[in-house]
Design a protein around this ligand. Structure first.
Ligand code: CA
Length: 240
């Protein structure tokens, strides 16, 4: 019996889907992140308006869960900015404000849906799925750096045209590094993104995972792409 393909997942719909949560209440943000990750989504969280806008502009998300009342820039301002720049990522507003004119305002600004707090997680999940079905995949199908290529649809990674045999976690780690290529990622950022938890700093799970990834991605090739930035973390870069 052969082993199953390395990066095989069950539910196709939600795999590879990346959601940005912009929410300043930490408890709500943590709860949503955990729930969405358990359902197979990749999740980023911004706790301030400016950070949320920056992330939404600079990275490929399939959907944004956007709080209205945020420190700095409000959810209203963020969606106005995005839509004025023709960034059409679907948005679901979360708000404690349930006046009809607030809902209408949110939808008029270009939101796809509007949920009033408190809400049931199952309802948010159902609405996210409906919206994602309506919208074509926003993410690029292929991501590249040098001769390394990641096919997000087929969950395949190759270098110099040679297929790399990655586990699901390794694929997730590599796609995170590729999405943020050139940017130094701390161990904390990596563990939060890939494992959904912040490992105790005593553990070296991230370093071990990077080591395994290097064996497959870099060791057989002359030009190295994964670099250690001592005391900080790791970066995927072809020009170092
Ligand atoms: Ca808030």
């Amino acid at each position: 019996m052969g082993s199953p393909p390395a990066a095989k997942h069950g539910n196709r719909l939600d795999n590879d889907m990346r959601i940005l949560i912009v929410e300043d209440e930490k408890k709500t943000a943590d709860y949503l992140k955990k729930g969405l990750m358990e359902h197979g989504f990749t999740v980023d969280v911004a706790s301030e308006g400016e950070d949320g806008l920056h992330l939404a502009r600079s990275e490929a998300f399939d959907l944004i869960v956007l709080d209205v009342m945020l420190p700095g820039l409000s959810g209203w301002s963020i969606i106005k900015e995005l839509r004025s720049e023709h960034i059409e990522i679907p948005v679901i507003f979360l708000s404690a404000r349930d006046a009809v004119h607030d809902r209408v305002h949110g939808l008029e600004l270009g939101a796809d849906d509007y949920l009033v707090k408190p809400f049931a997680f199952s309802e948010l999940l159902a609405r996210i799925r409906i919206i994602l079905r309506r919208h074509p995949l926003q993410q690029p199908e292929l991501m590249r750096i040098g001769s390394l290529e990641l096919d997000l649809i087929r969950h395949r990674a190759s270098r110099d045209g040679i297929l790399l045999d990655l586990t699901a976690k390794e694929f997730q780690l590599l796609s995170l590094m590729l999405r943020r290529k050139g940017e130094v990622l701390t161990r904390t950022a990596i563990s939060e993104q890939v494992w959904g938890i912040n490992f105790d700093s005593e553990t070296n799970i991230v370093d071990v995972a990077i080591g395994r990834l290097r064996k497959k991605v870099d060791d057989p090739f002359r030009h190295k792409l994964i670099h250690t930035i001592r005391g900080v973390g790791y970066v995927l870069d072809e020009f170092i």
